[in-house]
Design a protein around this ligand. Sequence first.
Ligand code: PMP
Length: 431
Amino acid sequence: APVGGPSVTTLMARRKKVLGSRPYVFYDPPLHLVRGEGVWLFDAEGRRYMDLYNNVPIVGHCNPRVADAIATQTRILNTNTRYLGEQLLDYAERLGALTGGALTACAFVNSGSEANDIAWRMARAWTGQQGALTQEFAYHGITEAIDALSPSALRNATPPVHVRTILAPDGYRGPFRHGTPDLGRRYAEDADRAIRSLAQAGLKPAAVITDSAFLTNGVLDPCPGYVAELFARVRAAGGLCIADEVQSGFGRMGQHFWGYQHHGVTPDFVTIGKPAGNGHPIGVVLTRPEILDHFIEQTAFFSTFGGNNVSCAAGIAVLDEIRDRNLVARATGTGNRFKAGLKQLADQFPLVGDVRGTGLVFGLELVLDRETRAPAPVETSRLLELMRDEGALAGSEGVHGNIVKMRPPLVFDTQDCDAALAALRRSLERL
Ligand code: PMP
């Protein structure tokens, strides 16, 4: 414990009283973080850790430009979207322009969950249909409607009657493996089954929702043709397509600003959250003007905090940082370097069954046996603890909890990349 500071035991006891009796914290003993800067986090004892885990601070922890924008605007004005203001319009126009002008209408909220909730409501209002398609083990948020579209959160509960889960395009562990001809189409065909099943219940799809990075499904690499074929099937049945860009947007996947661009599609909705404010809570639904108009004619949609002046100032500063520091291109370069390093580790350590990653989002699938692909969840947890000990924070993911998940800030540079690979190598050796 820091000199004079509270011990981990004291903090855990206080936490249990206010956050529930089984407080879910990472690591044993848990980390007590007190400061962040760029790719680094500092604990109460002054030890520093490289943050390979958190996908929120996309332009680095405590980014000075974002912090200044928030502080400055807080002292000038902070009110809601019922008044005219330029910041809101500047931010909305820039987001729309980033979709290539396809989705120029914005609904401002405060989190990824809310953005998905509103997109889902808009889809039902527009189509007049009630069914939903979502990938098995997907995660899209916490509202009641979106929880129903999040099989990873429902765990073993049966999804509600209007929801059909569809296969995620997992060419490593799924029913169709890499090398299968037309892999993307084979996976997308599962939507036909789901749409037929909805029809048997007297329902049609209002929407399909996809996380462009397939994070909770184990950080699946884009499977050529999959999302395009899936969207085409849903649209043929009268449904709309929601690209959940909460994780995959803002250059996370390198090369493009949005994850859906890696799939060669144009969705009807883009939902954003997490990195949009680099830690300041922002959620936005981007859609076509006619869909938004239809929705607001039918509802009294308004969010008190959504689109407030301070949030817009934060959001604009994030976009400025990404543009001016060329962070999407940087994510591509550093991402390729990191992935090449991960592949070298896989050559050396049989525990690493598969290496996946696009831009700066990575999944390392750990297996007990490369032939049977038996998952290694215990080794995954142990590896995360060892990485922490080596000064690097990562997470686990996937149905079996055997995938090491890494999403460093886009400001991650080649030096950081090499240091992270060295920490991972030492952890694998110690394991
Ligand atoms: N969609 C995806 C893909 C997410 O990963 C998350 C959060 N993990 C959400 C939506 C929900 O965002 P929030 O926690 O901001 O409500």
